[in-house]
Design a binder for this molecule. Structure first.
Ligand SMILES: Nc1ncnc2c1ncn2[C@@H]1O[C@H](COP(=O)(O)OP(=O)(O)OP(=O)(O)O)[C@@H](O)[C@H]1O
Length: 673
């Protein structure tokens, strides 16, 4: 008699998503067992509701001349110990059982859904506190608590059912919490967050619909355990008291006369068994139908795995406050960087930006002392090997750091206003309209449960506060702006029904919906083939020119950088090591890392010759050496590079370098530019 359904049986939302995915209902109806269960449940509920109309007798009317009669034409299911019609008592008795199950379900869903979802979504101290309460709730013996409640509330069936609903909470909360944790980190939720949606809107629109499947499965399993619990209580003589009928007290009465009339146990016992079976079959069918519907769609892609920093991690120590109000960690070997004023007329000026993420329980610096400027209409490329901090830098600008990351020092000046320290509300007002984001994985960034048009219209309504009709029309306009043929037809499609290139155009349309002045594109073409890459870059450039936007492009690809960008910002192990106009970088790099990176560029290697890979690997955050981060892989290293941090210094020609021998860096080149 346990009211909680096991979490182990629940589907994971990221794997078996929502009934909003098209075809779940259709697929359910293709399963004969599920259809039989639905028909049976519907018939039982209808019969119980219509009991006053269809019951052949008054359920309390006695006929002492005709007790314990077997089935007959007058009494299709026989009579009981007082000659009452068993069929009529079953029909009326079902009312208390079904009402009880409904009461318990309402309590379960009203409390379980918001609590489970909020725990998984917001995590932290709130989640920890709730989970301790859930642990306590789960440890309470159900039957003992029920007996206490029934004795305190004078056999009140409702009190018992509310208690059952509360005791069922641990199962539902754990399932929804786990699923929500997975969903909140999916790429499409992160992408939607970058458009400026509030957390509540994100939950309502992108999380809750995908939890409908697990909630229905949990509810059906819970309902069957409540039916069993309710009848068990009736059997023990609690809850609805005779002469009023309930399925439980009918079973109890039949058990008392089993030696005289065994048949009496069959109608109530079989009905309860069939009801529980039908609820179980329906739950299984729903789970399988949604899993099958989902298997026809691309699965939600898990968040990109970050390289672990490994042992010997540099820990950021307690913070001390700098004179400018920013914090400095004692574990940081901070370079004595010169504080440069924002560039004249810059749209974005990032100054001395430092970001730390909690690793192994302590804040660890993952990028530091970042300086970059973006002028209106300019395209700046962030380039560097994997793990150098390009994405963290881009996300820090938007205030969208993951995994508890936070800005521990520096400024992000957008149109002269420092975004660091703004409230969530103020930042949301900047996202989408001031700064837009194009994510790396085009299909994964779109919610698979909604059509492309509805996702675009939602974002349009966020910015324009217009009618649904106007938002839909604007969504189609945006699709044609990004040169999608037949935009109205594409608006009606789901993300899995379009190609990667088309999905990326949709991603660009989403980013353009708020007409941002700055667009951040995090490796927007990595997932696409070469010809589509070229088309997308072309599109980005022409939109930049048409709209006068500035662009920050995160890329690994020197070819893309050369074709598209005005300025290159080269990053290595969490730091900017060179900032130069793109032509200058190719002509004469001013950091040995830039030189090494150019040498290892396949496009610049002579056909048939060996590709010059950079020896060694990028040191992970926490394992950065004292002094220059590039020292162990550098062909120009000297003793001083190993002992003192090197600052990013402006050079006379306006470029910047974090190398003491910047004049020699170009000499390391073997391949001519
Ligand atoms: N939330 C996080 N938790 C732990 N480490 C993180 C987190 N975010 C970033 N990092 C670490 O910070 C470093 C920089 O990561 P980032 O994603 O910015 O690199 P990247 O240059 O964009 O690499 P890629 O080109 O592979 O995306 C990496 O070592 C990464 O492991």
């Amino acid at each position: 008699m346990t009211p909680s359904a096991s979490p182990a049986t629940a589907p994971t939302a990221a794997e078996r998503p929502a009934p909003s995915v098209p075809g779940v209902g259709r697929r359910l109806l293709r399963r004969p067992a599920a259809v039989t269960a639905i028909v049976f449940l519907a018939a039982v509920i209808a019969a119980v509701l219509l009991a006053p109309v269809i019951a052949p007798y008054d359920p309390l009317a006695q006929d002492l001349q005709n007790i314990l009669a077997p089935p007959s034409a007058a009494h299709p299911l026989g009579t009981d110990t007082l000659g009452r019609d068993v069929l009529s008592r079953l029909l009326f008795g079902g009312r208390s059982t079904l009402t009880g199950a409904a009461e318990a379900l309402v309590v379960l869903l009203l409390i379980g859904v918001p609590v489970g979802v909020s725990c998984g979504y917001f995590k932290g101290a709130y989640d920890a506190a709730v989970m301790r309460v859930v642990d306590v709730l789960q440890s309470i013996p159900v039957i003992i608590l029920l007996l206490v409640v029934l004795s305190v509330f004078a056999d009140s069936e409702s009190a018992a059912m509310i208690t059952l609903g509360l005791l069922g909470l641990p199962g539902l909360i754990r399932v929804l919490r786990g699923n929500t944790m997975v969903l909140r980190d999916t790429l499409y939720v992160r992408a939607a967050r970058s458009t400026g949606l509030t957390e509540l809107q994100l939950v309502r629109r992108h999380v809750l619909p995908r939890l409908v499947g697990p909630v229905i499965v949990q509810s059906s399993l819970f309902a069957s355990s409540v039916v069993l619990a309710e009848t068990g209580l009736g059997y023990l003589g609690f809850g609805v008291q005779p002469p009023a009928p309930s399925w439980g007290n009918m079973v109890g009465e039949a058990a008392g006369v089993i030696d005289r009339q065994a048949w009496l146990l069959v109608p109530s016992g079989a009905l309860i068994a069939l009801l529980v079976l039908a609820l179980g079959v329906l739950g299984d069918g729903l789970r399988d139908a949604s899993a099958e519907a989902w298997s026809g769609l691309p699965a939600a892609r898990p968040a990109r795995r970050r390289r672990s920093a490994g042992p010997g991690r540099e820990k950021a120590g307690p913070a001390e406050t700098r004179r400018d109000g920013s914090e400095r960690r004692s574990g940081e070997t901070s370079a004595p960087s010169e504080r440069r004023a924002p560039a004249d007329g810059a749209l974005l000026s990032v100054r001395n930006l430092t970001v730390a993420v909690p690793l192994g329980g302590e804040l660890t610096t993952v990028v530091r002392d970042i300086d970059l400027d973006v002028l209106p209409g300019q395209t700046v490329g962030l380039v560097g090997e994997s793990g150098c901090g390009k994405t963290v830098t881009a996300m820090a600008v938007l205030g969208l750091l993951r995994g508890g990351g936070r800005i521990t020092a520096g400024q992000v000046l957008f149109e002269g206003r420092d975004l660091v320290g703004l409230s969530g509300r103020e930042l949301r007002a900047v996202r989408g309209t001031g700064i837009g984001l194009i994510a790396q994985d085009p299909i994964g960034s779109l919610d698979p449960g909604f059509t492309i048009g509805s996702q675009l219209a939602e974002v349009v309504r966020l910015y324009e506060r217009c009618s649904r009709g106007r938002a839909k029309a604007r969504a189609v306009e945006l699709l044609s702006l990004v040169r999608i043929p037949e935009p109205a037809a594409v608006a009606a499609r789901y993300p899995h029904q379009v190609s990667g290139g088309m999905a990326q155009r949709v991603g660009i349309a989403l980013a353009l919906a708020g007409s941002p002045r700055l667009l951040i594109a995090d490796e927007p073409t990595t997932a696409l083939d070469v010809t589509v890459q070229a088309e997308i870059l072309d599109l980005l450039l022409s939109l930049r020119d048409e709209k006068g936007m500035a662009l920050i492009l995160v890329t690994h690809d020197w070819g893309v950088l050369a074709d598209v960008c005005d300025e290159a910002v080269v990053m290595y192990a969490g730091e900017v090591v060179e900032r130069s106009p793109v032509d200058e970088v190719f002509r004469m790099p001013v950091h040995p890392y830039t030189t090494a990176l150019l040498e290892s560029n396949p496009a610049s290697t002579v056909r048939g010759s060996r590709l010059d890979a950079i020896g060694g690997t990028v040191p992970p955050p926490g394992a950065w050496p004292d002094g220059c981060h590039f020292q162990d892989r550098c062909g120009l290293v000297q003793d001083v590079c190993r002992t003192s941090p090197v600052a990013l210094r402006p050079l006379p020609d306006g470029r910047s370098s974090r190398c003491l021998r910047h004049d020699d860096a170009a000499r390391l080149r073997k391949v001519s530019p």
